[in-house]
Structures are given as C-alpha cells and as structure tokens.
Unconditional design. Structure first.
Length: 329
C-alpha cells in the first residue's frame, strides 16, 4: 500500500490523522504513527512549554514520524521555532499562505505540508516549496478551507502539482474512501472524524455517543456560527440545539444570536464555556455537552464503533486493499 506520500514522509501506509484541536494528544498521534500512518498534533494555540511537553511525550511513545499543525491565521513564528528546535519532522500549515515559513522549515530539515481548497491554491503552494499538498473538500469536519467537494477537487489538484504528493481530505472514514481517492490520483488520505471515535481521542463520552448515532445528513456547514477565533472561518459540525435555535431565529449575526453569553458548560482546563464558543468537549467538561461545538464531517455516518487508533488504521488499509483488489478483477 506504499505510495509517493509514504516515501516522501517516511510512513508505511498512506493515512494521516487530522490534527483535530482539543481531540488529539500524544496518545492518539503516536498510536497512528505506530500503526504505520502519520499522527499529527494540533499545537497552534499552545505556549512553548506545552508544545515541548507534547512533542517530547509523542516522541517517547513512538520512534516513527509525526507532525505538528500550525494555523497561519495567527502568528506562528515562535511556535515554528519550537517545532524546529525539537526537530519535529513534519510541519503542516493551514489557512493562510505559508510564505517564508516554508523556507524556514525546510532549511531546518522539516517536510512541509499545506492545506489547499482549489487547484490555483495548490499551484501556488508548490511554487512556494511545499512538499505535500493536502486538498480539503468541503465535506470535511471542523474548519473548512473551501467550498469544492472532494470528488472534483482531488483530480483538479493532481493535474496541476506535477510530482508533488496530494493528500485527500474530507469525507473519508474507511478503506473504500481511501481506495476512491487513490483512484483519483491522490497519494493518501487525511482522516479526522473516524479518529474522533478512537479510544485515544481526548473527547467527552457524550460527544462520542452523538458521533456514533449520527448519519451522513446530521452535519451542517456553517459560515460563522461558532466563534472559532478568526473571521471568515467556515466550519462543519453536528447539527444540535444551538444550531437549530439559531436557524429558527433566522440565522442572525454575532451580537444578535439567541442565548449569546450564556454559560452552558465548564471544565477544569478551559473554565466557563459560553454558547457559540468554539470549544471541543473534552473528558473533563460538565454541562450541556449537546449544545457545544461538535465538529464532525459528512463521513460521520460511516462511524459506528469505538476502536483503538491503531486498529482503525489497519482496518482502513485492509478494506482499501480488498476494494482495490476487487476492482482489478
């Protein structure tokens, strides 16, 4: 099952675990890496000490490659410095143009990935020196870069990037999805929602229950409902009572949304959480979990069982191999 992605980043199978903020820690990232995929840490909001702690914990749990995600909507120069000082092998930039940060990372020996949402964005990323392009379709959960579905996006991106590996993101949760994007020319799959239902994901049990019971029709694409911390940041989440109340009120803008400022949950790690706050429900959350920002992609309808992350990787690979084998008959 080795592809150009595997060769480029030093992994055994073409699966990358999406860096889902609030749901990923060293345990999940290392489990995916140990199973032959690429585990990713989401450290773009952490201070330097916390970053070093998570990076070192991950390295202690796996001798294999892993990566760190940095969201360029916010200044990341100092965090990139920490990653490079800690010799993180793979850096993933998200949202804005990575610009000079690409060269800094590569000069330090890191492999650079960047998420795009169109063929033009992919072309610019390759021109800037990016090593791996992540093409994200709008089916994806969490923060969504563009509005093109994965099926038409992947071949469009593949056609303009030459030999640069393309990783497909959005709507992939099993081996059939992996086989499909490989057939479209991708060199691997970027998977998030399926790993939310892993034993290692650091999310609240109620969040898991809602994920397992959801269908493919239970997510909603939102332009700016949950306050993710930066403007014009569309996202996809499970439709819940917060979403439904807002829709019933006519989708009013921030400042006029029903229940704004109401404290609906608390946690030791975050403190008070108000309605519309973007805060992934962790295991220590207490309160109205159903009303929080429950990020998930359209592939959630394929998620029906909690398993160790390593088993998820192996299951996806086995199903992809079986699917591709049947197509070859």
């Amino acid at each position: 099952m080795k592809t150009t992605l595997c060769t480029r980043v030093g992994i055994e199978v073409p699966i990358i675990q999406a860096p889902m903020g609030g749901a990923v820690g060293p345990a999940l990232a290392s489990a995916v890496s140990n199973a032959g995929g690429l585990g990713m840490l989401a450290l773009w909001r952490f201070d330097a000490e916390t970053m070093r702690k998570q990076i070192r914990e991950t390295r202690a749990l796996t001798p294999k490659p892993f990566g760190v995600n940095l969201n360029l909507e916010f200044p990341q120069d100092e965090r990139l410095d920490v990653c490079l000082a800690e010799k993180v092998p793979i850096i993933h930039f998200f949202w804005r143009d990575p610009g000079a940060l690409v060269h800094r990372a590569k000069e330090a020996g890191a492999i650079v990935m960047h998420t795009v949402a169109s063929a033009n964005m992919a072309r610019r990323a390759v021109e800037s020196g990016v090593d791996v392009v992540v093409a994200q379709g709008w089916e994806a959960g969490g923060h969504v870069r563009g509005t093109i579905a994965t099926l038409p996006l992947i071949p469009a991106v593949v056609d303009v990037v030459g030999t640069t590996p393309v990783v497909a993101a959005g709507g992939i949760a099993d081996g059939r999805g992996l086989a499909a994007v490989l057939a479209l020319g991708a060199a691997g799959a970027w998977i998030g929602t399926r790993f939310l239902a892993s034993q290692e994901a650091t999310i609240h049990p109620r969040y898991r229950e809602l994920l397992l019971s959801a269908t493919e029709d239970d997510t909603v694409f939102l332009e700016e409902l949950f306050d993710v911390g930066w403007r014009k940041a569309p996202h996809r989440a499970l439709r819940n009572k917060t979403v439904e109340t807002w829709e019933a009120a006519g989708r009013p803008p921030s400042g006029a949304r029903p229940g704004e400022g109401e404290v609906i949950a608390r946690s030791r790690s975050v403190g008070e959480i108000v309605r519309y706050q973007s805060s992934t429900p962790g295991s220590d959350f207490e309160g109205d979990i159903d009303a929080l920002s429950l990020f998930a992609g359209q592939s959630v309808g394929l998620v029906s069982e909690i398993k160790p992350a390593g088993d998820i990787v192996r299951e996806i690979v086995a199903q992809a191999q079986s699917t591709l084998g049947k197509l070859a008959q």
